[in-house]
Each structure stands twice: as structure tokens, then as C-alpha cells.
Design a protein around this ligand. Structure first.
Ligand SMILES: [Fe+2]
Length: 182
């Protein structure tokens, strides 16, 4: 099921003008249209998963939905592995709360270890998703290629020759952990 942004507010009592404003914000920072469409797809997928999560489970749904919408904001300046941390800095400069920045910087693959960060030239610290919201955005991003939904096997196959096996294993592990919510 593909939900248009106009339906999001009614599902989560989010103000659709805020969602539309958020998309305008992505446009205003120079995010390419295809990345905006990708971000909307990730956000809509996250919203569907959130809808199926038991109300007893403590999960910050707006953080998931908007975190998904903004997770790739760093791609307005870089399409490299640094777009997570750059996006985190952009969100901080725009006044977003820290938890949004963390969703952004911890969404690459299944996360990046401190050692991998060091060898990639990123500020050396762990960028592994920790909170459920961070894990959900990270995982769903692995299930959306462009604006199309794909299987985890599709993503693993695509990344097999591009990233180290330890990073592939982390994607698999996150996939296993998130099965309970899918
Ligand atoms: Fe990304």
C-alpha cells in the first residue's frame, strides 16, 4: 500500500502542512528530486510499519516518520558515506532535536563501526543505530531502492562487492532483529 503524504496526518494526527513544509525544506536545501522521492517512500514505509506496532511498544512515531523523511538530507551536499554525518550537522544547524540528528548519522547500511569510520575518513566514533527509531529508519532504508520497495536479498546482492563483509553482516543482523516488527 502506498500512502500519499496527504494521508499521513490523518493516520498519526500529524499536521499535513508540517509534512508538506518538511518536503519544501528538503527542496530548499537543494536535495535532488529523486532523493526527495526516495525519502518520501522510506517515510511512508516506516509509517506503515509503525501502524502495525503494538501501542504498548514505546516508539516515537513522529521521530520515525520525520526521521525517515530527513534521513538523507546530507545528500544535498554529498552522496558519499559522509552524507549521514553531514546530514546530522545540517539538521543541527536547522535546530532539529539531537534524536533526529542521530537517526540521520546512524542510517548508513546497518551502521558504521568506529574502525570503519576511521578508515573512511569520518570523525572516529560508532555510527551504529541504537534506539528502535534509529534501527527502523536504517532498516527500512535498506528495503527501498530509489523509490521502489525491494527485498533485503536485493540490497545485500547490490552491496556485496561494494562494502566489507562485516558491514554486510550488520545489515543482515539488523534485518533479523527487525523481523518482529515487519
Ligand atoms: Fe542515505
Amino acid at each position: 500500500m502506498k500512502l500519499p503524504p496527504s494521508k499521513i496526518g490523518s493516520l498519526y494526527r500529524l499536521d499535513t502542512t508540517v509534512y508538506d513544509y518538511s518536503i519544501s525544506l528538503l527542496e530548499s536545501v537543494g536535495m535532488p528530486g529523486n532523493i526527495i522521492r526516495h525519502s518520501i517512500s522510506v517515510s511512508e514505509y516506516v509509517m506503515e510499519i509503525c501502524a502495525g506496532i503494538d501501542n504498548k511498544c514505546k516508539i516515537d512515531r513522529p521521530l520515525c516518520i520525520y526521521g525517515a523523511l530527513f534521513h538523507d538530507i546530507g545528500r544535498s551536499v554529498s552522496h558519499g558515506i559522509d552524507h549521514g554525518i553531514l546530514g546530522s550537522e545540517i539538521l543541527m544547524s536547522l535546530g532539529f532535536p539531537d534524536n533526529y540528528s542521530l537517526v540521520c548519522e546512524r542510517h548508513i547500511g546497518g551502521g558504521i563501526s568506529k574502525e570503519e569510520a576511521r578508515s573512511a575518513g569520518l570523525p572516529p566514533r560508532d555510527y551504529i543505530p541504537i534506539s528502535l527509531e534509529e534501527k527502523l529508519v536504517c532498516h527500512i532504508d535498506n528495503l527501498v531502492y530509489g523509490s521502489k520497495r525491494v527485498s533485503i536479498d536485493h540490497t545485500l546482492k547490490r552491496l556485496r562487492k561494494k562494502i566489507p563483509s562485516v558491514a554486510l553482516e550488520r545489515i543482515k543482523l539488523l534485518n533479523s532483529e527487525m523481523q518482529q516488527y515487519m
